[in-house]
Ligand binder design. Sequence first.
Ligand SMILES: [Zn+2]
Length: 282
Amino acid sequence: MLNKLSDAIYYLPNEDNRDRPTLGLIYGDQWSLIIDSGNATQHAKEFLQEIEKLNAPPIKYLVITHAHWDHILGMNEFDATIIVNSQTNELIKEWQSYSYDDNSLQKYVNNNQMSTQCMKIIQTEIPSRNTFKLNSPDVIFENTLNIDLGNKVCILERIQSTHTDDSTIIYIPDEKVIFLGDCAYGTTTNSLFHFKQSLLTPMIQDIQKYDAEWFLLGHESICDAEEMNIYWEELTTASRVVKSSSLENSLECFKAEYKRDPNDNEFFFIKAFVNDHIIKSK
Ligand SMILES: [Zn+2]
């Protein structure tokens, strides 16, 4: 079911057990804009069915926050102008080149181009897979793009991110709401979960320059400003003590610096920053 955040903003909450990220709907006097397309045809269809129950203006735009499969594979269901940043446009090309029949999917999984979970979702939630081809984006921007939906401006910006190099965020100044996609998360490289440490501070600065009260995250649904500040604080506190690929040294440094043990979140982040050093040293 859609959750209503304000008269102009709705979202379909994430479902972790089915790898479904949060999807957004923003509307102005004339047009609606969608944020992320869902992880497959089925997810997109269910979202569109929910939107039909509202008295929303026609859907004119679909913004993709980044080129991860769970945010893009529902794209073909939307009769809308698809907007991405230039890096997302490059990364989507791989998914456009794919075939979606069983043999091809298995080959991508074997080559580590696709996760098993992704293959399973595609197999159960994209009908007519043998002829399925992912559409192309229509509008490609470099750094920022403003869209007016009719007395409702959306500011799109490609920002630096600990998750991917192609993260777009969407800020709606009237509502003080910001859609972050997955940008605030870490990522997995060669089976190691890590946060791109060098991009943490630039990312937080990129986000905090917007005066947001509500934050929508790809796999968390919604956070208020206080929750978000705690998240940034824990990440920053953890990052400050990680200067090498040694977990032991980092934990010692934490205790020396803050005169206490890290909490569970901080410990998780310290390990992720340590992993970032391990990946960089390879
Ligand atoms: Zn992602």
